[in-house]
Design a protein. Structure first.
Lengths: 254, 242
């Protein structure tokens, strides 16, 4: 039987530039995986390709998620299947409040699943429990999505969206970057609370302390030139901490 | 108090009067005189034959109008800031779809000193529709302390939609502050992608972004029921366009 998420020999490009060059990895339900690698190795491209960003073109390979061919689906179908990306650079949406945004998102997903739309009371309840846990004020929920927020607040709002939508597979693209120590903890706690045997994570980060103390991954993949060149358990984090990626970069070139 | 008007041809506001008008049926022509010190807010739906609005604003009076134009018939607006300290705000939202074609022409004339005008025009055009906006601001020779601003923003919701904007500023005086700008573009791809990654259908995401774009004007309507009604009327005008 194949894994819960199985990426096989994935190739993708932006314009004429190939970025993923035969990337393979698999993740089982309930696992937390980490992707590390030098800048430009394809980490963010992978997260965008998994979400179906039209800016990237898949030129080969396959992605099977819960037995379905992910690459055949639209962006919103993937989200409804349970894929969630916490953006490295969350997008500003002037004129749309976070509360409205989440209401649309939640109800779109419920409608697609054949469930009833949430009434106002149940919706507010769902929002409130999560916003309080993540120290997000009502005022922040009323303001337009990501407009005028600090980097840390934006990242916290990404974790909040993840908590509201309860996806099966969460991709966190540099969740910790640009956050102070306390904010990293809040983000890390969000992930801890959401860990479950039915939910998996793919975490992109350079922050070894964050990964070891907050994320505690099951497996680490090293990405160089759009391919996984090494895999291991948390011991690999210590090795990267000591000697960086240079060893893998040489191998990849050779 | 909100007063309903219908196909009003002449409206004379007595000095010092304050009123809010809603008008959802327009005739061929409306002439308004806003007497000294009067304060009027006027919400209008234009969705039919060609219509001409002509307003004279007297000493210390203010006239604020938001017009929702749904692409049927041409719309001509003319504002005369006739006496000192007159204020005029004349925002327009236009939504066109299908094969609609229409012209919106606005003229603001600062005929007295110390007058202020504001105009925000926002359009969303889908299908193969075509909108032309001609916005004139006229400031005659020797006028003093004039403050005018005009902004035009349009969203093209399909590759075959088109908007032509012609700002016409005629400024013959020196003591003038007059800002203006125009921008025409498509929905932001990053915003669309972001909404869709949360499970929102592409069509719905486009609606949401378009609505948010137009709401900048509608959100200035203080009366909640009128605000929601005009948002709804605009959404209906877009239904086939997005």
């Amino acid at each position: 039987m194949s894994a819960w998420l199985e990426i096989k020999d994935l190739h993708a490009k932006v314009g004429d530039k190939p970025i993923l060059n035969g990337l393979s990895l698999s993740i089982n339900a309930g696992e937390v995986h980490v992707i590390m690698g030098p800048n430009g190795s394809g980490k963010s491209t992978l997260s965008n390709v998994l979400c179906g960003n039209p800016h990237y073109e898949v030129t080969g390979g396959s992605v099977i998620f819960k037995g379905k061919n992910l690459l055949d689906m639209t962006v919103e179908e993937r989200a409804r299947t349970g894929i969630f990306l916490a953006f490295q650079h969350p997008i500003e949406i002037p004129g749309v409040s976070m509360a409205t945004f989440m209401k649309y998102a939640l109800n779109s997903q419920r409608k697609a699943a054949g469930e009833k739309e949430l009434d106002a009371v149940s919706f507010m309840k769902r929002i409130k429990i999560r916003s309080q846990a993540l120290e997000i004020s009502d005022e922040m929920l009323k303001r337009p999505v990501n407009v005028g927020f600090s980097g840390g607040e934006k990242k916290r709002l990404e974790v909040f969206q993840m908590a509201v939508l309860e996806p099966d597979f969460c991709i966190l693209d540099e969740m910790d970057s640009g956050l102070d120590v306390d904010a990293v903890k809040v983000a890390g706690n969000g992930v801890k609370i959401m860990r479950s045997p039915q939910r998996s994570f793919l975490v992109i980060s350079h922050n070894i302390k964050f990964l070891k103390e907050q994320i505690m991954p099951d497996k680490i993949h090293i990405l160089v030139h759009g391919r996984v060149v090494a895999e291991g358990d948390q011991g690999l984090l210590d090795k990267i901490d000591r000697s960086g990626f240079s060893e893998y970069q040489k191998e990849a070139v050779a | 108090m909100v007063e309903e008007l219908s196909k009003t041809s002449v409206l004379t506001i007595s000095p010092g009067q304050s009123a809010v008008f809603v008008e959802k049926q327009l005739g061929e022509k409306t002439e308004i005189v806003v007497g000294a010190g009067a304060h009027i807010r006027h919400y209008r739906l234009h969705d039919g034959q060609d219509h001409m609005l002509s307003v004279r604003i007297e000493q210390g009076a203010s006239y604020e109008v938001i017009t929702l134009h749904r692409g049927n018939g041409n719309l001509m607006l003319s504002f005369d800031l006739a006496q000192e300290n007159a204020f005029c705000r004349s925002d327009i939202v236009y939504v066109l779809h299908g094969k609609q074609e229409s012209l919106i022409r606005s003229n603001v004339r600062h005929n007295a000193d110390n007058t202020v005008s504001r105009q925000m025009v926002k359009g969303a055009v889908g299908g193969q529709a075509f909108a032309a906006f001609e916005g004139g601001v006229f400031i005659p020779y020797e006028r003093k302390k004039i403050d005018g601003a005009q902004q035009h923003r349009a969203l093209l919701l399909s590759p075959d939609a088109a908007v032509n904007a012609v700002p016409q500023l005629e400024i013959y005086a020196d003591d003038v502050k007059c800002a203006h700008g125009s921008a025409i573009g498509s929905l932001n791809k990053d915003q669309l992608y972001y909404l869709r990654t949360r499970g929102i259908e592409e069509q719905e995401a486009r609606h949401l972004l378009t609505q948010a774009f137009l709401d900048e004007v509608f959100d200035t309507i203080a009366e909640e029921d009128i605000r929601e009604e005009f948002k709804q009327l605009a959404a209906e005008g877009l239904q086939n366009g997005v």
